[in-house]
Design a protein around this ligand. Structure first.
Ligand code: PLP
Length: 434
């Protein structure tokens, strides 16, 4: 019975913890149970390549990467020292930061999945109506006639903020009519920015699940409308998964090996699960058992932990165990997890760390002080993993059971910074005072 599960009891008590996934399997065995593969990731990768000329044309900020939306991977030794001194982290390997916080166009990890799904939808429409072939130069999609064509169609999405930004900005660039259904947690500046792009923003006083439900209902009533379904979308998921192949290249360029002697640990903040799930699925495909994927969630909204630890996935929400689902980490303010992602991650995920809101801000300040990098509070949850990996008895046991004790000196830990670049200076100043 899930009520007797220790991790769920701790979650109900709002305790910070690590939950170690008892169902983790060797990657090969886990993949045999799934019907999505590396071929799906490669398909997504090729589609993004086809769109690169279009992206470069509409968003000149992507020129230096030839229309590829990708972020830097950087060592953060100053942050690592602070974490060791102040937070008792005992990492003997190296800590790196994956700066999806600085991705072009949307300034968050959503620039992967969200933008990919909009592009895929646009491609399908344009191919079906003979406006392009797969061999066309997709920069042509930015023409006045094609924009007018896309203007006949609507794209809708429910969001806590960042997904809305990525879907909204890219849909508007193509010429789609676009409606973003924002949950109560969404920050005002994100709504303002979207309206500047000509996006219709509908505001709800309810949480993310309700915003999604309303958006889906309205979209379903309109045959010309497409709903981006963050809770179930395989497209979004594959857009995120492409990150893994790009990361492999970055690690190679930086001469950082990942193999049996050099384990890779990755820590990714989790909301509904699509972003961390997609990235982790990709990483397991690329690195197999040499990568250990952990999610991070706020103590008031640990939806994936509750869904996976109970095995109930989207049949349970954090409110069912007495939590509010309210958190300063707006990007993670999700009460009910994606059952699709929970299912895919059942045998691939190593575990989940939870963190109290008040512990996000010190990480935020320390990163800015030591490395001069600003990331938003949601993204700071990523640091809880490397800080506590060698502190909790459960994760210590994980290290022992996987024979990793002697290899930690050569290990690499990646904190996945999921958002921040677009946060206005006035909002940053407020955060710094917290
Ligand atoms: C959306 C988001 C996440 C988590 O992504 P999910 O797909 O909702 O799990 C993490 N961090 C930030 C900043 C986000 O905006």
């Amino acid at each position: 019975m899930w009520k007797d599960n220790t991790a769920i009891k701790r979650a109900a008590a709002k305790e910070e913890q690590v939950w170690i996934n008892p169902d983790l399997l060797p990657a090969k065995e886990a993949f045999e149970k799934l019907n999505i593969t590396m071929a799906n990731i490669e398909d997504a990768e090729r589609r993004l390549d086809r769109f690169a000329p279009f992206i470069m044309k509409c968003f000149p900020e992507t020129e230096e990467r030839n229309g590829q939306i990708e972020s830097p991977l950087v060592p953060v030794p100053g942050m690592q020292s602070v974490m060791e001194e102040k937070h008792g982290a005992k990492l003997s390997g190296r800590l790196l930061l994956k700066q999806d916080s600085h991705l072009a166009i949307a300034g968050s990890v959503k620039a992967r999945g969200g933008i990919y799904e909009v592009l895929k939808h646009a491609e399908e429409l344009a191919l079906t109506h003979g406006r392009i072939t797969e061999n066309s130069n997709y920069a042509d999609l930015a023409s006045a006639e094609n924009r007018e064509f896309f203007g006949n169609y609507t794209v809708q999405v429910g969001s806590t903020g960042n997904l809305g930004l990525s879907i909204g900005i890219m849909s508007a660039a193509l010429g789609f009519r676009v409606i973003v259904h924002m949950s109560a947690d969404a920050k005002q500046w994100k709504k303002d920015l979207l309206r500047e792009h000509g996006v219709i923003v509908k505001e709800y006083e309810s949480d993310y699940s309700m915003a999604v439900k309303e958006g889906r209902k309205l979209s379903d009533q309109d045959p010309m409308s497409y709903f981006v379904d963050d809770e179930n979308s395989v497209n979004l998921f594959m857009g995120y998964a492409v990150a893994a192949k790009r990361l492999k290249k970055q690690l190679e360029e930086q001469k950082i090996p990942v193999d049996a002697e050099h384990p890779l640990f990755v820590y990714i903040p989790c909301g509904v699960g699509g972003a961390p799930g997609g990235v982790s699925f990709g990483l397991k495909q690329v690195f197999g058992d040499h990568v250990h994927c952990f999610f991070a969630e706020p103590v008031q909204a640990p939806c994936m932990l509750v869904g996976m630890a109970s095995g109930l996935h989207d049949r349970i929400c954090v409110q069912d165990i007495g939590l509010s689902g309210r958190t300063e980490a707006d990007g993670l303010a999700v009460g009910r997890p994606s059952s699709f992602v929970g299912g895919v991650m059942t045998h691939l995920l190593s575990g989940i760390f939870t963190i109290q809101d008040e512990h996000l801000y010190p990480y935020m300040r320390e990163l800015e002080e030591t490395e001069g990098i600003f990331i938003e509070p949601s993204a700071c949850a990523a640091f809880e993993g490397p800080a506590k990996l060698l502190c909790y008895p459960e994760s210590q046991a994980y290290i022992r059971e996987h024979g990793l004790e002697g290899k930690l000196g050569q290990a690499v830990h990646i904190a996945w910074a999921t958002g921040g670049r677009l946060v206005p200076e006035s909002v940053r100043a407020e955060y710094r005072k917290r």
